[in-house]
Design a protein around this ligand. Structure first.
Ligand SMILES: Cc1cc2nc3c(=O)[nH]c(=O)nc-3n(C[C@H](O)[C@H](O)[C@H](O)COP(=O)(O)O)c2cc1C
Ligand SMILES: C[S@@+](CC[C@H](N)C(=O)[O-])C[C@H]1O[C@@H](n2cnc3c(N)ncnc32)[C@H](O)[C@@H]1O
Length: 401
């Protein structure tokens, strides 16, 4: 089962990213007893308060005991029955509400039961199975039909099975099944040291996550050939051979196109996955490029370049301090008289998706004026075969003073 598109902020173990709640189970394919046992064993090793292990599971396998399985299925709300009817295994998870040692209420029983179910789900994922937990059921009906004692809290029903054919899904479930997965940002639920104090994720991790989870060709900024604005600028400034730095080169399409035009190219990006992809592309295309993993804001790069290409990097910096470091860095890396080709989102682009920085000519003039002369700018757009969205862009030719 392919991983679904998700707004990962930081790379994580593939197992976590591969677990998601499917609506499409293979109705014909049973879960083997060995696999089911492994899932229950994983739950067994979940941590619990005082080691109480308060979770209890009622397991029903349609291929072994269709009667019990139907009793659980019939207690689900109709919207859950519609898809859960294809899952070969249904597991009711419940929590013993009292500590066995002193019969005091166990306030953590439900917490611990959730941890055990998550362990079960992750083990299932590791085995190539799919899971889907549910709270939409009639607890009273389950209590009676499965003879669950009153003091035991029924927490969830989990469907387990092999991935099924999504073509058989009803429209409403199909659209949920295909939708990109979304989560709150880490900063919305993690506080640094005290309540409401922002906890920030280093931006490089976000880029790394993006490149790990998305095929190069699917990235919205992916351009297989040289960006036409860059192409035109190279003609207009009559630059045919020079030492170029492709800053924030991503998967290296622009670097490779420049090397093929006879430029000596160095390139850097903060994401090691992007640089690995870029290296492979250069090898396939038979060009030599000096690729490096480098955070331009903390760069060890030295050398005086004739030309720097920034296609979509400057606009990633949302704070003034980062923009200042950027300016110092590009000025240091360029020869006096050297050229910076800068392409960023235009101020008039209001689409929510995209970088935090959006600029017009006056902004660029003001920001770069001490160290650069703005030779020319024009409004343009970013386009990519991967996306129907062509955001408005500002393209600038700047000369280092
Ligand atoms: C306690 C619990 C109850 C849930 N109840 C239902 C449910 O009744 N029906 C359903 O379709 N999904 C249910 N879900 C699935 C959630 O909607 C799903 O986990 C959530 O949207 C995140 O998606 P993901 O699991 O694919 O990452 C439940 C999940 C949990 C943990
Ligand atoms: C919009 S993408 C553009 C990629 C590439 N220039 C292209 O046109 O395909 C922005 C790139 O900037 C890189 N980046 C962001 N911050 C960076 C930093 N501080 N140092 C180096 N690269 C950075 C990202 O990893 C990403 O590859």
């Amino acid at each position: 089962m392919a991983q679904r598109r998700m707004n990962l902020q930081v790379p994580i173990e593939a197992l976590f990213a591969r677990r998601w709640s499917t609506y499409a189970f293979d109705t014909e394919k049973p879960v083997t007893r060995e696999h089911l046992a492994a899932c229950l064993e994983a739950a067994r090793w979940a941590p619990s308060c005082y080691g109480e292990q308060p979770w209890r599971f009622v397991v029903a396998d349609r291929f072994e005991d269709e009667f019990s399985w139907r009793q659980i299925l019939s207690a689900l709300v109709e919207n859950n029955q519609l898809w859960a009817k294809n899952a070969p295994v249904l597991i009711v998870a419940a929590a013993e509400a009292f500590f066995t040692s002193n019969e005091n209420p166990n306030r953590w029983a439900e917490y611990d039961t959730g941890q055990a179910v998550m362990s079960l789900c992750l083990q299932a994922t590791a085995l190539g199975l799919m899971t889907h937990q549910m709270a939409g059921f009639d607890a009273g009906q389950l209590q009676t039909s499965l003879q669950i004692p009153e003091h035991v809290h029924i927490m969830s029903v989990t469907a387990i099975g092999h991935p099924g054919n999504i073509d058989n899904l009803e429209e409403v479930f199909l659209s949920r099944e295909l939708a990109p997965r979304n989560r709150k940002a880490i900063s919305e639920f993690v506080y640094n040291g005290k309540w409401r104090n922002d906890w920030e994720v280093a931006s490089g991790l976000g880029w790394e996550a993006r490149y790990q989870e998305t095929a190069a060709e699917q990235l919205p900024w992916y351009s297989p050939s040289l960006d036409p604005d860059i192409e035109q600028a190279l003609h207009s400034i009559s630059l045919t051979s020079a030492h170029v730095l492709d800053l924030g080169c991503g998967v290296g399409t622009q670097s490779v196109a420049l090397a093929k035009r006879g430029f000596v190219v160095s390139a850097c990006d903060i994401s090691s996955s992007a640089i690995a992809e870029a290296g492979k592309l250069a090898e396939r295309e038979g060009v030599q490029i000096d690729f490096r993993v480098e955070d331009i804001l903390q760069s060890q790069l030295s050398g005086t370049f004739d030309l720097i290409i920034d296609r979509g990097v400057f606009h990633c910096f949302s704070d003034e301090a980062d923009r200042s470091v950027y300016l110092t860095m590009v000025a240091r890396l360029l020869k006096p008289g050297g050229i910076l080709l800068l392409k960023c989102f235009h101020k008039t682009e209001t689409h929510q998706e995209g970088p935090p920085g959006r600029y017009d000519e006056a902004d660029i003039e003001r920001f770069f004026s001490g160290r650069f002369e703005l030779i020319r700018s024009k409004t343009s757009s970013f386009s990519s075969p991967a996306s129907s969205f062509s955001p408005k862009a500002l393209f600038c030719i700047l000369r280092r003073r």
